[in-house]
Design a protein around this ligand. Structure first.
Ligand SMILES: Nc1ncnc2c1ncn2[C@@H]1O[C@H](COP(=O)(O)OP(=O)(O)O)[C@@H](O)[C@H]1O
Ligand SMILES: [Mg+2]
Length: 397
């Protein structure tokens, strides 16, 4: 078989066999660097922040080359420009390229990298990353090699897309099974709860109960309405009908939620900062958006309350390409890496009973999804967690 075809065959065989992104990248780079020897190869993927390009796989890179390549920025340098333009770049001598990052110049010279080619990795109109190949010999990359690289990038894109879709599907399945169960139980519990609450309130309004009895009945009423709140959450979570969407201002929603929580936040010495200059109108169910924000702020508060040190809650609105992002940042302990994939699961909680039901994030995830948006979490490099609600902007998006 022709060597180029053989490489593609190896890559596509791996893509069809596994969903393991790391394995696919490793196989692809290994196969590619066998084209003529000499070559170095790397794959950068766009991080969840949309601007950082993370080095996710490499072959043949020197220690320093790895360092300068570890995190790049979309739009900057040769690789960053490929990620922003979506167009392949081929350079004969990378030292002579005006786009070469100043920080990389000395290392490129020392490692004697000459020819360089970088192709975009994109799936369904979404930029996912870049695939780069460099070589120390004088022969430039020819058309056949560039085509091979583009085809490999396409295979990698398919693999990344598959991996993402399959994890979303697994999550959706979990949501619907638990959701159906929850809605059945919630409806059953709602009726007796309403009766208890109603009767308790009736008793409270009577003049002939002693203060001691009054206090106990008040407690019963409080607890019954707390239970009703949980049921409400369950129903919301099991709700399959679409949200009632109207043009709404996210600034208002954020401010209302912060006002609602300000007393409790103050008690726990949490400083609140906001960056709300950017205020697009989104088509959204305002109540549901507020519920999402309240869940995120509540979680941030609880996470910070559990540890000493400065407590800062930041809520900011940021424009992103055809989206707006609401970011909720805290200075708490962050989310252990082993739990990151589970926090959105229904009933997943690390909190003691009474403090957490494990429904906040899964309900929020469902709401944001119904709005055509995305909810995700990451740990901040400086410590603490960041939750991002990404919503489409524009007319009835
Ligand atoms: N800001 C945060 N910092 C650290 N961990 C968090 C944060 N937000 C959520 N989590 C984790 O995610 C879990 C699930 O959150 P959630 O669905 O709101 O349920 P609950 O708050 O009732 O536990 C929490 O128990 C906690 O372990
Ligand atoms: Mg919560």
């Amino acid at each position: 078989m022709e060597p180029h075809l053989k490489i593609l065959h190896t890559v596509s065989e791996t893509v069809s066999r596994t969903l393991d992104v790391e394995e696919i990248l490793k196989t692809a780079l290994e196969a590619l660097t066998h084209v003529t020897g000499h070559e170095i190869a790397s794959v950068h993927l766009v991080a969840t922040d949309g601007v950082t390009l993370e080095l996710r796989a490499e072959r043949g890179l020197s220690q320093q080359m790895r360092e300068v390549n570890r995190a790049l920025t979309v739009g900057e340098g040769i690789i960053g420009r490929v990620a922003s333009s979506g167009a392949t770049v081929v350079v004969r001598d990378v030292m002579g390229s005006p786009d070469l990052l100043p920080s990389a110049q000395a290392i490129v010279r020392r490692d004697r990298i000459r020819g360089f080619v970088c192709v975009p990795i994109a799936a369904r109109g979404r930029m996912l990353g870049t695939l780069s190949l460099g070589r120390q010999t004088n022969d430039p990359f020819d058309e056949g090699e560039v085509t091979l690289l583009e085809a490999t990038a396409q295979q990698i894109a398919i693999a990344l897309d598959n991996a993402r879709l399959s994890s979303e599907l697994v999550h959706a399945e979990k949501l619907s099974a638990v959701g159906e169960l929850a809605s059945g139980v919630a409806h059953e519990i709602n009726n007796p709860l309403t009766t208890i609450l109603g009767l308790a309130q009736l008793l409270l309004s009577r003049a002939d109960v002693t203060p001691a009895v009054h206090e106990r009945i008040a407690l019963m009423a409080d607890e019954a309405s707390r239970a009703a709140g949980i049921v409400q959450n369950l129903l919301m979570f099991a709700r399959h009908y679409p949200p009632e969407r109207r043009p709404c201002s996210l600034v208002d929603a954020v401010q209302r939620v912060i006002a609602l929580k300000s007393y409790q936040l103050e008690l726990d010495k949490v400083r609140v900062t906001t960056e709300l200059d950017h205020s697009p109108i989104v088509w959204a169910d305002e109540n549901q958006m507020q519920q999402v924000l309240l869940n995120l702020v509540q979680n941030a508060h609880q996470a910070m309350a559990r540890q000493e040190g400065e407590r800062v809650l930041t809520v900011r609105l940021r424009p992103r390409d055809r989206h707006v992002a609401i970011e909720v940042l805290d200075s708490g302990p962050g989310i252990p890496a082993s739990l990151l994939s589970r926090i959105f699961d229904p009933f997943f909680t690390t909190k003691p009973p009474g403090e957490g039901s494990g429904l906040g994030l899964s309900v929020s995830y469902g709401i944001v999804g119904q709005h055509g948006g995305r909810l995700y979490a990451e740990n901040r490099p400086e410590g603490g967690a960041m939750f991002v609600v990404e919503l489409p902007t524009g007319e009835r998006a």
